[in-house]
Design a protein around this ligand. Sequence first.
Ligand SMILES: [Zn+2]
Length: 495
Amino acid sequence: MKIDIKKIAALFLLKVCFVSVSLAQVEEIKNTIQLNEIEAHLRFLASDELRGRDTGSPELDIAALYIAEVFRSYGLQPVQGAEGFYQPVQLIAEKPPAAATFAYQDNVFTLGEDLLIISGDSTEIQAPVLYANYALPEDLAKLDIKGKIVVAKAGTPEQSNPQSFFFSSHDKQVNVAEKGGLALVELYQSEQIPWSILVQYLNAEQLTLYEEKKEQEIPLLWLNDPQEERLSTFQDKKKGEGMINIAGKESTPIPAKNVAAFIEGTDPNLKDQYIILSAHYDHVGVGKSDGVQDSIYNGARDNGIGITALLTAADYFSKNPPQRSLLFLAVTAEEKGMLGSSWYANHPLLPLDQMVFNMNTDGAGYNDTTKVTVIGLERTTAEKEIQAATEPFGLTAITDPAPEQNLYDRSDNVSFAAKGIPAVDFAPGLTAFDQEIMKHYHQVTDEIETINLNYVEKFVEAFTLATEKIANMPEHPFWKQGDKYESAGKDLYGK
Ligand SMILES: [Zn+2]
């Protein structure tokens, strides 16, 4: 029979278009990753003895020790520059001021009532007050703010939700300081988050990263202005002096650490490239008891499953190293604002431009055990590899089901994405934030007894295969064209 060249060419093309899944790989993963191993990790991490793994607690250090020693037992290597398997993370707990006021004309605004101190140490400032619209660079360009207290609307003309207030505040604060302003007061007006809730949340102890205090850091205050009547007071061109008083602000260092280990790749040309496998190991600790249930937030799903995925992947890859190298990062203080991963991204142990992908795993829980939910699935060129890696385990990879929840920006993957590293969050099957999810999400019932371990087994196996496929791609993945982080990626890799 004559060979049909066209048919062979078509078959060949078909093969390279689809990502091939080797049956041997799948079998090897199934044989290596065992249910009893998964259960042991999860039972330990989510045990009552670890008391919800709160940042700053001794129990979180026990979890870190466990993760480090499991890495050691599989023969993973510590990263140079770390302290053994640990990377110290410098956190500080900032207590709210004991008292604060902002006086202007006949008004005295008081901390908690209508004033919040977002940042700034104890201080006393008396200076002219100047209204500056949104205090964006274009607003400040035409004003002389030197030696003045700047008052502005929170957010931007395009975005006026509380989340955007947080995002824009810091840049504004820096801009005002650079132009010689002494303080920034933003007028808060939002029905989405009522002022009382904001006070409860923000006028409490906050954990933040210790960064060298910039000399120019100036106080940032939020002033409640629900009816926008205060806005007109400040818009009024009549000049007046203002007085800011912040007293009794305290901060204390909190010990914390990330756990880091690596497996060297097998390909001499590719082993300088790394895939970061990350998961946070902290959770939210112990709450007030309701007298019925215990009050320990065990965090079996969040993020016991993620750490279990990291540990079982370490087991498999220590026996089956891929072509690229793998950096395992169990990060701290995610629940306090992704502080551990943010610290790592700003103080990397290995050059960031050698990190070609981040497989983060963290989830709110699952409501569909036929799926995995990959936040950011469609945003990188590893999409097909990830999809193909879930199928052999009877799972389907779906993308973000709730874009309005901003999930991509709510886990550690974003710390790496912001640096330009293509990143996804590989999470258990979540199709909507329904009752099934909310029943356990940040609840005391997020414990081992409510977990489907057979599903977790499939989940961690799919996580492992997806990582293996990406670590063996001939060309490392990148952001899809037009992605928000594409230009950061081009800067990072010098494209
Ligand atoms: Zn989490």
